[in-house]
Design a protein around this ligand. Structure first.
Ligand SMILES: NC(=O)c1ccc[n+]([C@@H]2O[C@H](COP(=O)([O-])OP(=O)(O)OC[C@H]3O[C@@H](n4cnc5c(N)ncnc54)[C@H](OP(=O)(O)O)[C@@H]3O)[C@@H](O)[C@H]2O)c1
Length: 238
């Protein structure tokens, strides 16, 4: 997916910060049409302002993905705005709550499930048929190394990220006959506000641009090739 390629239509969730913001900026810089969403209208406005002449291919929609009715509105707006063609869906928005199982509340459980799992499920469910009709599409689910292994205190987060890999597997199996791919990216620490309190210096973390590069690589593969889950580790650690 280079500057010379046909322009793609991309829907990126969590595009107001960290990985999603970098992915949205990167796709815009390549001249692609980007539908960017997050809760913060103010940060979506900033993205619009900084996009300058690229703002014509940027569409923004503020939406709280923990609310199913708002996801319905997001799907309607994105499909309409992108003329019922979505080539890339990046299910990136996510939150992290850590704590031992016995201290975990039902509210925490429901919040994490809603944002990290139900939202990607509902978006994928709506957009997979559109991709199948066009016989083209890539669904990228941002899982985590915590979706491959669980640690003390990671239960809720790991549950959502393991499950996201399960969803990805079924999306791939169901999309493949129609040329639609689904891949989970499982990074270790990425330098974003989500992990600002982590015990690892930012300079030793994976950069959000590495996730953008991974998505561009996935799009560049020939139609018959697809990557399995992509695990991006920090050099010398998770
Ligand atoms: N950073 C890491 O080390 C790391 C490692 C592995 C996986 N990941 C995963 O990568 C993804 C992106 O994380 P990040 O590190 O870029 O975090 P981040 O900088 O905190 O960004 C999270 C994004 O998710 C959006 N979001 C959160 N709750 C939302 C809600 N209820 N409705 C709609 N949007 C919501 C936020 O937008 P608003 O605040 O505007 O709502 C923001 O744009 C997450 O799924 C995370 O689990 C991160």
């Amino acid at each position: 997916m280079t500057a010379g390629d046909p322009k793609v239509h991309a829907l990126v969730t969590g595009a107001t910060s960290g990985i999603g913001l970098t992915v949205a900026r990167g796709l815009l810089a390549l001249g692609h049409r980007v539908f960017a969403t997050g809760r913060s209208s103010q940060r979506l406005g900033q993205l619009r302002e900084e996009s300058g002449e690229r703002a014509g291919t940027l569409h923004t929609f503020a939406c709280d993905l923990s609310r199913t009715e708002e996801i319905g509105r997001l799907i309607d707006a994105a499909t309409e705005t992108l003329s019922h063609r979505i080539d890339i869906l990046v299910n990136n928005a996510g939150i992290a709550i850590f704590g031992e199982v016995e201290e975990t509340t039902l509210e925490d459980f429901e919040r994490l499930m809603a944002v990290n799992l139900r939202a990607p499920f509902l978006l994928s469910r709506a957009i997979l048929p559109i991709m199948k009709r066009h016989r083209n599409g890539l669904i990228v689910n941002i899982s985590s190394v915590a979706g491959l292994e669980a640690w003390a205190g990671s239960s809720l987060y790991s549950m959502t990220k393991f499950a996201l890999r399960g969803l990805t597997g079924s999306l791939l199996a169901e999309g493949a006959p129609c040329g639609v791919k689904a891949v989970a990216i499982c990074p270790g620490y990425v330098a974003t506000p989500l992990v600002s309190g982590a015990p690892v210096p930012e300079s030793e973390m994976i950069q959000p641009e590495d996730i953008l590069r991974t998505i561009l690589y996935l799009r560049e593969l020939s139609p018959a090739a697809v990557a399995g889950d992509i695990v991006l580790k920090r050099l010398g650690g998770v």
